[in-house]
Design a protein around this ligand. Structure first.
Ligand code: NAP
Length: 302
């Protein structure tokens, strides 16, 4: 069994990874900016650290065998440069600092949550930052595993749950774009199972795995599946991407904008993933969306 530090272990995906690691019998610590605000499962240690401060990371990684990084800036995907909440500051430079701290402390594995579509030549800020992080990891000399997930959903996500809230509160469901954008939604527990298993899987060392759910679905298909599971009927109201970018441009002046033009681009990106390497190496069963959304089926019906 290993001693694993999960950076971002208080977050949506990170907290599920912590749970899976515990089920596998690993000793787990969580890197958090504020241990007082982070209620953790019994037996999980909190270590204070911020990926913007190299010094804070040096003590956080002491004594651990493996680091898993699932850090994301608050209010993602809306960047806030005034607060230092940008892809480059957190995903890019923040991961570089964490990798360096892990290398200096003699950590034996570094496992990273990147994103689908990360490769050289991509121009969007999220891809540039993820590529910077991946490059730092590959060049560190640390035994690493990189995961490039498609869209992740689950009971506590902040994306599909927006549509759940719309469906509960509104007579229609607003959708950015044509609704034809395709993604491969993966249940958070399926992703967490694979990431946790990689800690002690020698063949995962040096690998970069794309992964998503077993279906390649349009946004409309995803929302219709969600509505069906909730037992609701709602028309979808599509809003063109260009219009949303126009409308959201002035919002970037707010202290915490709910949406931005770049976030509209993020939501509309289409990056198919190939699960074959994950299926080969992990033997996991990836659940279809209707099965993964069963947690919605006991919602009140209208
Ligand atoms: N969600 C998806 O659909 C999806 C898809 C593909 C890839 N990913 C990747 O998966 C990872 C996790 O995403 P998520 O959706 O689970 O994120 P999340 O729920 O927003 O969690 C963010 C985590 O990052 C930590 N954090 C924020 N700023 C930090 C800082 N400066 N220093 C240290 N920790 C900091 C937070 O911890 P504290 O607040 O406790 O400090 C929190 O635990 C990200 O790298 C993301 O790019 C996500």
């Amino acid at each position: 069994m290993a001693f694993v530090l999960v950076a971002g272990g208080t977050g949506f995906i990170g907290s599920h990874i912590v749970q899976k690691l515990r089920e596998l019998g690993h000793r787990v610590a969580v890197l958090t900016r504020d241990p007082a605000r982070a209620p953790l499962p019994a037996g999980v240690e909190a270590r204070r650290g911020d990926v913007r401060s190299a010094e804070s990371l040096r003590s956080a990684v002491v004594g651990v065998d493996a680091v898993i990084s699932a850090v994301q800036f608050p209010n993602h995907p809306v960047e806030n440069p005034r607060r230092g909440h940008t892809y480059m500051a957190i995903d890019g430079e923040g991961t570089e600092r964490l990798v360096e701290a892990a290398r200096a402390a003699g950590v034996k594995r570094f496992i990273y949550l990147s994103g689908a579509g990360t490769r050289p030549g991509q121009t969007a800020p999220w891809f540039k930052a993820k590529l910077k992080a991946e490059t730092a990891i590959r060049e560190s000399g640390l035994p690493f595993t990189i995961f490039q997930p498609s869209w992740v959903y689950g009971p506590e996500d902040r994306s599909l749950n927006k549509f759940v809230t719309f469906a509960r509160l509104l007579p229609l469901v607003p959708v950015i774009g044509s609704g034809k954008t395709k993604v491969q939604p993966i249940h958070v527990d399926d992703l967490a199972e694979v990431v946790a298993a990689s800690v002690e899987l020698p063949r995962a060392i040096g690998q970069t795995y794309e992964l998503g759910g077993p279906q390649n679905l349009t946004m409309d298909e995803i929302i219709h599946t969600m509505l069906q599971t909730m037992g609701k009927r709602r028309p979808l109201l599509h809003q063109p991407g260009w219009l949303m970018k126009l409308v959201t441009a002035p919002l970037t002046l707010l202290p915490a904008p709910p949406l931005s033009p770049a976030a509209v681009d993020f939501v509309l990106m289409e990056e198919p993933v190939d699960n074959s390497a994950v299926l080969r190496d992990f033997g996991v069963r990836l659940r279809p969306l209707a099965e993964g959304l069963r947690y919605l089926s006991n919602q009140p019906r209208t």
